[in-house]
Write a protein that binds this ligand. Sequence first.
Ligand code: 2P0
Length: 346
Amino acid sequence: MTVHTATCTAPVNIATLKYWGKRDKSLNLPTNSSISVTLSQDDLRTLTSAAASADFQEDQLWLNGALESLDSPRTKACLADLRALRAAVESADASLPKLSQYHLHIVSENNFPTAAGLASSAAGFAALVSAIASLYELPQDMSELSKIARKGSGSACRSLFGGFVAWEMGALEDGLDSKAVEVAPLAHWPTMKAAILVVSDDKKDTPSTTGMQSTVATSDLFQHRIHEVVPKRFEEMKKAIVNKDFETFGELTMKDSNSFHAVCLDSYPPIFYLNDTSKKIIKLVHKLNELEGHIIAAYTFDAGPNAVIYYDEANEAKVLGTLHKYFAQVQGWDKKDASALNGGVD
Ligand code: 2P0
C-alpha cells in the first residue's frame, strides 16, 4: 500500500484588533479587518499529519486521539478547495499521482489542554490546510491558502503566518480578496511577549458564531465600530507594529478589546464574556501603567474571561510580578485554576 504523507504545525493566534461579525456566514467573510499576533510553535499549537492513499476507503479525522466527523460544511469546504487546487496541479503534469481522488486520513493534536479554555479552531484549521497543501505540493502562497483556512474558521486564516498578521476583510462577494497578510515577522519585534492568564476553563457562554450573528443583527454600537472605529485603528495598529511602538500598540489593543466587549454588551439580549476576575485584571493593568507613567502592559480578552497580556520582555519581572502578587490575593484564584501560562511569542 502506498501512502503519501505530510505534517505541519500551526500556532494559536491572539487578536489585538478583533474580528467580530460576518457579512457572509458560509464563506466566513468578516464585517471588519483584524490584526493578531501568532504565538510561537513552541507555545500553543496544533500538529497535523495528512495522508492520502488509493487504499483508504473514506476520509477520516482523528482529533486528540478521538475519531471526529468530517461532515461539517466548513471542513468539507476546505477539503473541496484543496482537492480542486491539487486536481489543477495534476492536470498540468500527468506523471503525478492522483492524490486529489484519494481519500484522506488526518491526525491532529493540540499541545495545550482543552481545559485551558483557549479556542483551538484557528490553529486547527490552519494546520489542517497547511498539512494538506503540503501533501498536495500546492504552489499557492500563504495568503492564497489563508482564504481556504478562513472558510474553516475565520480567525484560522491568520494562523497561516507567524508574527504580526492582518486579515484584510476584502470587498468582493466571493471572498477572493478576504485574506491574511504578514504585517511583520516575529523576528521584527522579538521582545514582544504574551502571558495567557487562565481565569476559567468553563465552556464559553455564547459560541463565537452565534454571538457575532446576534451582534450584527441587534447592536447599534456595532455599526459605529465597523464603520468609524476599526478602519482607522487598523491602519494605526499596523503602523505601531512596524515602528515597534509599544505604547500605541498597547493602547489600541486595550481599546479594541473594550470596544469588542462593548458591542457584545450592546447586543440584545446582551452577551457577557468578561467575569469579575477579568475586570480585576483590567483594573490592575491600568493601575500598573498609571504607576509606571506609561503603558508597559496591555490586556486583551476574546470570547471568554481569559486574559492575554502583551508586554515587552524588558518589563517581564514588573508585569508578571504584579500579576502574581495580586492574584495570590484574589479569592477563588487557587492553584487549580490559576495556571498562568507564560507564552513568549518569540
Ligand atoms: C478574533 N474571535 O479576532 C475574535 C475575537 C473571538 C473574539 O475570531 O465563526 O472561531 O469560526 O469564523 O474565528 C473567534 O471566532 O469564528 C474569533 P468563526 P472564530 O480572534
